[in-house]
Design a binder for this molecule. Structure first.
Ligand SMILES: [Fe+2]
Length: 323
């Protein structure tokens, strides 16, 4: 009998995103995705989607270049946080404690094998709706937004990595993340993609292959909507705002989420997502696609454009200048 699995991570947590066009980025998330600015500090703004139970889910940071500042996980308890920090320090991944940040408690920052920064935290301030946003149901945290794409909450993040397998095993061994699907790399020495989760949700953290020499890049950040129809609505919203649609609306083969991809004005790719299967079986094994089967995968919908697999942020070909 194997040992009990590690279940110290509760869910993917708050994110911080860098942008060279902070005003444009905030307008995109507020006017087009339907989120609200809930706090401001110098050139940083904190945003909340109407279903986020925490006080905010996205921190928009003005910077010279687009890209991820950090991604975080909330742990299930304070001792769980200490256990994961101990694992990091015992296995050569020591980081440093960071101070509380607008209702996010003290967090421990460290890097994954590709150099993306992550933070672990437990203490958190819950969202408290102002009178104007108080929901009729006490089980909701905020009134229904009904604005723009009307995203409900943060859903998942996709990072690019030159070593997908190393990143996958790092999270499996150190944090008990479950992997639901893997795509083998044609050379069989590495993997082209892996879809991982701390829960039954089909994906919270995705790694896909980095095709440039860069490290630590973001492929996309995804916010959830309630239905496939809402993804189509998001396409109408983006089209009228003259925001180019890079891919979708369509359905992915892996995890089977319905998607729409655009890039916010700072250059970071953002997905409006719905669905994706749930994995109830506690003893599930990842489905492993060979490179050949993946190339001939059965599916429907529009093919993803080649640029979809290459572009990420920071973009080495784009000389962003701060607006
Ligand atoms: Fe996605």
């Amino acid at each position: 009998m194997n040992d009990d699995p590690v279940r110290d991570l509760a869910h993917l947590g708050r994110h911080a995103l860098r942008t060279p066009d902070p005003d444009g980025t905030v307008r995109y998330f507020v006017d087009l995705l339907g989120m609200d600015v809930v706090a401001e500090e110098d050139d940083t703004r904190y945003l909340h989607a109407y279903g986020d139970y925490e006080a905010w889910s996205l921190k928009v940071v003005a910077a010279d270049r687009a890209g991820p500042a950090w991604v975080s996980w909330r742990t299930v308890t304070p001792p769980a946080l200490q256990r994961r920090v101990r694992w990091l320090e015992d296995h050569g991944h020591a980081g440093r404690w960071r101070p509380p940040d607008q209702g996010m408690g003290s967090s421990y920052e460290f890097a994954d094998p590709d150099g993306h920064l992550f933070r672990l935290y437990y203490d958190t301030d819950r969202y408290v709706a102002p009178d104007s946003r108080r929901p009729v149901l006490p089980t909701n945290v905020s009134a229904y937004a009904g604005r723009g794409a009307n995203v409900r909450r943060l859903d998942h993040v996709n990072l690019l990595s030159r070593e997908v397998r190393a990143c996958r095993t790092f999270w499996e061994e150190g944090f008990g993340l479950r992997t639901f699907e893997i795509v083998r790399h044609p050379d069989e020495h590495d993997e082209a993609a892996a879809w991982m989760s701390s829960s039954i949700q089909g994906h919270e953290l995705i790694y896909t292959q980095e095709h440039t020499r860069s490290q630590g890049r973001l492929h996309h950040l995804a916010y959830l909507v309630d239905s496939r129809e809402d993804v189509l609505r998001a396409a109408e919203v983006m089209a009228d705002a003259r925001i180019a649609i890079e891919a979708g609306p369509s359905r992915h083969t892996a995890i089977q989420g319905f998607y729409l991809y655009t890039r916010e004005p700072g250059g970071n790719r953002v997905e409006v997502a719905h669905g994706g299967y749930l994995v109830l079986a506690p003893d599930s094994e990842p489905y492993v696609w060979s490179a050949e089967d993946w190339a001939a995968k059965p599916s429907w919908g529009a093919p993803l454009p080649p640029e979809f697999h290459i572009y990420g942020t920071p973009d080495p070909d784009r000389q962003e200048t701060r607006q």
